[in-house]
Each structure stands twice: as structure tokens, then as C-alpha cells.
Write a protein that binds this ligand. Sequence first.
Ligand SMILES: Cc1cc2nc3c(=O)[nH]c(=O)nc-3n(C[C@H](O)[C@H](O)[C@H](O)COP(=O)(O)OP(=O)(O)OC[C@H]3O[C@@H](n4cnc5c(N)ncnc54)[C@H](O)[C@@H]3O)c2cc1C
Length: 507
Amino acid sequence: MDEIQPDYDVVIVGGGAAGLAAYATAVSQSFLTVLLEKESDLGGTTIFAIGSMTAARTQLQNKRGIEDSTDAFFEDLIVASRTRGVEQICDKSLLRLYAEEAGKTLDWLNELGVVFVGPFPESPHRVPRMHNAVPSAYSFVHRLEGFGTKHGGKILKSYKVSKLVQDDEGRVAGVSGHTILGEPFHFKARKGVIIATGPYSSNQEILKELIPGFIEAEPVNPTATGDGISLCRKIGAWTKNTEIETTQFRFGGRTTGKIGKVATWGVLPQIIGWVVEHFPRSFTNQIIVRLSTTYTAPSDKILLEGGILIDGNGSRFVNELARPYPYAIAKKATSLIRKDLYLLFDSSTAAKLVKWPNYVSTFPGIAYAYLDDYLKFRKDVIHKSYSFETLAWKSNLSPEILKATVDRYNSFAAVHEDRDFGREQLRPIESPPFYLLGPIRPVITVTEGGIAINEKCQALNVRGEVIRGLYVIGDGSAGPLNVSHGMHLGWALTSGRLSVLSILRES
Ligand SMILES: Cc1cc2nc3c(=O)[nH]c(=O)nc-3n(C[C@H](O)[C@H](O)[C@H](O)COP(=O)(O)OP(=O)(O)OC[C@H]3O[C@@H](n4cnc5c(N)ncnc54)[C@H](O)[C@@H]3O)c2cc1C
């Protein structure tokens, strides 16, 4: 379809994982479909992602003889929501919907050419459910865009939607806005408008309004303005579950570069997937690191196994084991002047960070990275030395302060009492070599909650009534709350698929 039409069956706003999943589903149902993206490239926050997706009853689980069920998955997600501290507010019907549908979404993506490795174990799931797209989450963007466009969909980039248009009966019947060149546009939507505008991580105004006590933190994706929240609220939509703390820690890095994007073409993902499954990690990690995003997040295992967290001066500033991890301590870190932080540990902790479940971070393609992987492939964020002075020097910290911090901490460990921050489980940092992992920074990766929706992904108003013609998906919808690794992408892709199936049933 080459022409830009004034009317479509379905208008999708936003070209990340959620919008593109809706796009591919809509064209496969023969809906006349347009997707509008405000940036000059597709991908949104999705191109920053590692690419893990948690799902049950998948063909990959079957292939590996893993028996699973929706009930078991749902029960484990409830446990995960308890750990995250959100069990009470979590929408159980949407969580159940996720448990039922995520596996179908994953198999569908697989049919469209997204290659996954795994599944891998992931706490608190009783069986392996974390599947990883190879080489990275960019595969979702490339494959879904390719499928939708090949089958007649239309994507318009640099089209920023600024208004939802309602008909006389209040039904959302179209959108309007301006292109990057300032030209106005208006599109009618006969069957529905799908809002897939992603998280509001970079919109400090909305964050301050919706998260009580929010302290400014930088977003990983500076273009994640959460426009859908404002667009939908203007016509009476209700926001829900936005109060959840979202600041966490990430190593800095880069998103998938040009070569990484090319690696999602043709049969290359199959080849990479095969290599990852059959070759030693030392070889495959080299490929994956070069192709993918490096915005990984340090796991709590480093702290639980004896590490401490220090600020940009070299001092401790928090009880490192405060829960929920990492939100409780990341929030404290946002008030620091120097926000580059480091994890410090000794060889006894290092000896533990070598195999599941003591991973250093999740990682594109290979699911989990351990200390060896960081020593080989992320030399930019790890230093190892027999002396604190050298570590301090390599990381631009004050050697005196670092040494004093360790001495003080070790004196607390000797009497089993952290007189500064009340940490329990104290182990002295005394056996060389010592390791400094960082810098990590407190950042907003994604946001939780958003526009309230029902199980059909229809937006709800403050009275809980359906706003006809309006569907909200992915981040920015108050979905099931993404309580487990791999659920953000899982929800974005699943809600994208389901929103169109709902439109199909309604029409
Ligand atoms: C570093 C990092 C790693 C992550 N790793 C994982 C992971 O491994 N697994 C996982 O499950 N989750 C992960 N996530 C979270 C995941 O990336 C997001 O939850 C997911 O990408 C959200 O998809 P989305 O389609 O809802 O939003 P997005 O991908 O942000 O897409 C929204 C799109 O809408 C466009 N848009 C916004 N406003 C407008 C407008 N007014 N008009 C037109 N277009 C508009 C945006 O430009 C954007 O392209 C990670 C996130 C980060 C930052």
C-alpha cells in the first residue's frame, strides 16, 4: 500500500514492541492499518532492551521436555508480585491473561522469524520460562515491521499524534497531530485507535505527578515521553498503578548498533541462535556483546553474597539489602550529588558469581552473564586489583575514603552490627583480589502502570466504563504489572496481539 489514506480500519500510535505487534496482527486480519511513529526511527524503548521474554507452555519448553501450565505460571507470578511488593494492587485478571497468552505470543513471534534461545531459569519460576531473542530485542522490531509492511500495512515515521478525536457519541474515531515538518495530519479509524506510546520514563512532569515522593532520575530512553497518558487523560481516561517506584540501576552503554541490526536479517538470527546453543559461552558471548545493547542491570546476588555499594566518593550510603531490590536503594541514590556508583567485593564473593543463580546481570542472547563474562567482555565496567588504592585510582575515587569505608565496614562485620545503615548479613571484605564493578547509575528504565484497561485492552474512564474505540497496550497501559524479568516485553507484545483480536471480535 503506497498511498496515504485518510481512513483506516485501525490506527496504531507508537512503533515499539507493542505497536508493532498490533500492526503485524492487524494486517494479518486484513485490517487496513496505519502505524504512526513520532521519531524518525521505529523501536522506542524496545531497542534498549535485552530481549528476554517470560512465557509458559511454549514450543521451546516442549522441545526441551519442560512441562508447564497456565495455573503454575500464574501462581509463580503471584509470588513474584509479592516479592516486588505489589501483590495487593496487581490486577489478577490481567496477570492471568498474561499467564495464558504470553506463550502463544512467543510461538507466533517465532513463526514470524524471531529466534529465541532458552528457556532459562528465573526466580521464582518453578521451571525455566525466560526466553531470549537473539541477537537482541531489535529482532522484534525488524521482524514485526517486515511482516506487517510486506502484507499491506503502512508505517508513517515522524508523525506525532497530539489529539484523539471522538465522534458525537464519544467513541474514539481518529487521531490528529503534526509531522516533524509541521504539517498537520488527521486519520480516521473505523474500528479502533490503539495507543502504544510506551513508558513515561523521560516525562518528569508526569512522573512527579503520578509517583508520590518521586525524585528526579535520568531515563535510559530520553524520547520516552509517555504521550499516551496525556492523550487518553484529556478524554477522561483513568490512570492506575502508577505509584510504583521505578528507579533502578543500569550500567551505561549503547543500544544495538548497525551491525547488531543487520544481524536480525534473513537467516542470521537462526545461525546466531544455533551458535549460542552449541558453542562454548566464551565464544558466543563475544558475538553477542558486539551485537547488542549493553544497558544491563546488576543483580542483587552481588550484594547478597557479600558486596557493598559505594557512591562516587567511595563511601557507603545505604543498607544494601533494603527491599524491594533495587528500587529501595536506587531511590536513595537519586539524591546523591555524584550518582556514579560502584559495587565492591572481594574474592570470596567473586567465587560465588560463577553460575546460576548467582549471575551478575541478565544479558542479551545468553540470558545471564557471570563474573568471567564481565572480566572478558565488559572491561569498561570492571576493575580487579590486590590493592584498594589501585581500584580507587582506576575508578577516579579517593583511595583514602575507599580504604576508610572498607575498614569501617569490616569493623561492623567483626561485631555483626552495621552501626551506619543497619544491614544484616555482614561479611568482611578482606580476601584479595578485590573487585570494583561500575559505574552503575540510578535510572528509569521503564515505568509501571498507566491508563486503566480491561482484558480486551480497552481504555477505561474514571467510572471504570469502556471508552469505545480506544485501546491501550504495552508500557503506558496499567497492565498486569511486570513483576518478573521478561514481562515488560512479554506484555507489550502480548497486549499488542490481543488488542487487535479484541477489535476483531467487536467488529
Ligand atoms: C535497558 C533496558 C533493558 C530492558 N530489557 C528488557 C528485557 O530484556 N525484557 C523485558 O521484558 N523488558 C525489558 N525492558 C523493558 C522494555 O524495553 C519495554 O517495556 C518495552 O520495550 C515497551 O514497549 P512499548 O512498545 O510499550 O514502548 P516503546 O518501545 O517505548 O514504544 C513506544 C513508541 O511510541 C512512540 N510514540 C510515543 N509518543 C508518540 C506520539 N505522540 N505519536 C507517535 N508515536 C509516539 C515512541 O517514539 C516509541 O517508538 C528493558 C528496558 C530497558 C530500558
